[in-house]
Design a protein around this ligand. Structure first.
Ligand code: HEC
Length: 132
């Protein structure tokens, strides 16, 4: 009996791991690394203007001009770009800054740190906060 329970438990644990690893459960967001988790946006709301300009020139091809994940280059991607107007309601500034800085490994979302300055990434974060 004990053995059966153990096997059952193992199967449950393995299937739970498989689910998160393959990203089937889209509602579970990754944990922000400790060096990003407490970051807050140092810029004021008007940084959204500069952020919007960078977004349209650099991000909209995949994310769409309104950030809804419907840009022309985004359609063929797997995983597709997320709707940032929805995501931004669920995550912290540190999360957005982290993801833009370091990208999402294994996806078309590259790391922008080094390409964009920290200030530009905060401007983008400010802009993403305005998306509806
Ligand atoms: C080549 C296409 C492409 C470009 C250009 C691009 N992204 Fe992305 N982005 C993606 C994809 C695909 C995802 C989804 C990744 C995932 O599901 O993990 C993503 C995810 C994101 C996320 C959410 C990550 C998460 O944790 O869900 C943010 C925020 C983001 N992008 C911001 C930006 C910003 C800002 C720019 C411009 C500097 C940009 N992206 C440029 C393809 C792109």
């Amino acid at each position: 009996m004990k053995k059966v329970l153990f096997v059952l438990l193992s199967v449950l644990i393995i299937s739970a791991c498989g689910e998160s690893a393959s990203g089937i459960n889209q509602n579970v967001l990754p944990t922000v690394p400790s060096n990003y988790v407490n970051l807050t946006n140092p810029l004021s709301a008007d940084a959204a203007i500069a952020g919007g300009e960078i977004f349209q020139s650099t991000c909209a091809t995949c994310h769409g001009s309104g950030g809804h994940g419907d840009g022309p280059a985004g359609a063929a991607l797997n995983p597709p770009p997320k709707d940032l107007s929805v995501l931004q309601l669920e995550v912290s500034d540190g999360y957005l800054f982290w993801r833009i800085s370091e990208g999402s490994p294994g996806t078309a979302m590259v790391a922008w740190r080094g390409i964009l300055s920290d200030e530009q990434i905060w401007q983008l974060t400010t802009y993403i906060r305005t998306l509806k």
